[in-house]
Design a protein around this ligand. Structure first.
Ligand SMILES: *[C@@H]1O[C@H](CO)[C@@H](O)[C@H](O)[C@H]1NC(C)=O
Length: 457
């Protein structure tokens, strides 16, 4: 593995090569919402590339902050797939190598230059070259994933992010995330629903002070493992901003408080993902009508349903159908006590402004429908419980008294199927995949622990 070039040289490289020019306006609030770049399925087998790289984010009030992001944007490209597709995703790691190898640390913040991609909630195989979170892509390396999307995959909203144990929070929490859309089978949805115009909202909580603390913890861990201060310099978050003041905000598609332009009285489908490490979002948009269509890529059994606010923990997705009367409306998150999991205080922020302009639309009503679910999404809430699993979430998290020491430690003792049949779906829903329970339970468990303990691996 090549070692990182000396710092001064790197800065020079950055000046010469420039960081990828940003297509989306990120430094001015109030700009019209732009969508991330899109990779669309062109054939039943298609190839795309993601590159994780150091990226200079330009925020409001002159803020400039280095982070790690895919393809030079704070919201990675949207990937649109169809059931039955085979996707080859080549991930290239363009991060700098650590000067001191922290890979021997265990269950600690480490390996900031190692990455991979996890397709959160897709019902695909968990073994390499599929969605294995044990795949490691080191600096200078490329790796090609092959995802076979089952032909009975339900259409829905999913997302992807790095999920290497030790660097997930700094990479995904720093904005390395994007949306995955599995296209609907149009014959399964009422035409009025299938034809709704869409807004893509990758809502990323960019908590810069916390990310900086994670980076400082990395440096401490690295020094404790024997590295010198110079070798352990994290060189992205630990240095703080290049200019301006760090912020703790939720961005939409990398944009701070964008303007969502909609035709008044017209229904829109909003696809939302909450990419975050340890926050809760309770979005609402007073004055507009909001209906919940799907949660976490799964249509409600009777959809859509009227709601007044959403409740999203890290990784949640929500598909809303929204209609606004002419005028200006505010999409905000506030702590209004939603959710059932006791998930914590919701983040308070104006997320976006909606400008609805009259374009002559007459109001139309929407049908309520029930979609036939594939077998892997059957409702198990009333299934008989065969066995119970005990979770101990801290300070050393355990499942059935077993601590995560390696990928094999959990395998022996845990009745995996039971986990997936459990109604234990708050605050973080299980990932819907039974192919490789070991991978899945780890992902799920780590996410759960992240959320509950706010302990950032
Ligand atoms: C797509 O990726 C696969 C797997 O890496 C490879 O075999 C194939 O040649 C690629 N196709 C194109 C058109 O690049």
């Amino acid at each position: 593995m090549p070692l990182r070039a000396p710092r001064r040289l790197l800065l020079l490289q950055h000046l010469l090569l420039l960081d990828f020019a940003s297509a989306i306006i990120t430094d001015v609030a109030g700009s019209p919402l732009e969508h991330p770049a899109t990779f669309s399925s062109t054939a039943s087998e298609f190839n795309i590339s993601l590159t994780l790289q150091r990226y200079l984010y330009s925020g409001p009030n002159g803020l400039q902050q280095y982070t790690r992001a895919f393809n030079g944007e704070l919201a990675g490209p949207t990937i649109r797939l169809k059931p039955g597709d085979t996707l080859h995703l080549t991930l290239t790691n363009s991060l700098e190598s650590e000067l001191f190898d922290t890979s021997t640390l265990h269950n600690q913040i480490k390996d900031f230059d190692v990455t991979n991609v996890h397709t959160h909630d897709l019902h695909i195989h968990g073994n390499a070259p599929g969605d294995s979170i044990f795949t490691e892509v080191h600096p200078g390396e490329s790796y090609t994933y092959t995802y076979n999307i089952p032909s009975n995959h339900q259409g829905g909203t999913f997302w992807y992010h790095p999920h290497h144990h030790g660097s997930t929070a700094i990479q995904a929490g720093g904005g390395a995330a994007g949306m995955i859309i599995v296209e609907d089978d149009p014959t399964l949805l009422p035409a009025t629903i299938a034809q709704l115009p869409e807004l893509i909202l990758v809502m990323a909580h960019l908590d810069m002070p916390t990310l900086r603390n994670i980076a400082l913890t990395y440096e401490t861990n690295c020094r404790n493992a024997g590295g010198t201060a110079a070798q352990c310099d994290e060189n992205t978050w630990s240095d703080g901003p290049v200019s301006g003041t760090q912020i703790n905000v939720v961005l939409i598609n990398g944009m701070y408080q964008p303007v969502l332009q909609m035709a008044a009285n017209r229904w829109y489908r909003w696809r939302m993902v909450f990419a975050a490490v340890n926050a809760v979002l309770e979005p609402s948009i007073p004055g507009c009508e909001v209906k919940l269509l799907a949660k976490d890529g799964v249509y409600l059994s009777s959809a859509p349903r009227d709601i007044t606010a959403g409740y999203m923990v890290p990784g949640n997705r929500a598909d809303w159908i929204v209609r606004c009367p002419a005028g200006t409306h505010e999409l905000s998150s506030a702590d209004i006590g939603g959710g059932k999991g006791g998930g914590g205080v919701a983040f308070t922020q104006l997320l976006a402004t909606v400008e609805a302009t009259d374009q002559g639309d007459a109001e139309c009503s929407l049908p309520t429908f029930s979609i036939k679910r594939p077998c892997f999404l059957v409702d198990l809430r009333n299934a008989a419980v065969q066995q119970t699993v005990t979770f101990d979430l801290g300070p050393a998290p355990q499942i059935n008294g077993v601590t995560f020491e390696s990928k094999t430690t959990y395998a022996a003792s845990i009745p995996m199927m039971i986990l997936w049949m459990s109604p234990f779906s708050q605050p973080t829903p299980p990932h819907g995949d039974l192919y490789n329970p070991l991978c899945r339970v780890m992902v799920w468990f780590i996410t759960l622990r992240l959320f509950i303990m706010s302990r950032l691996w």
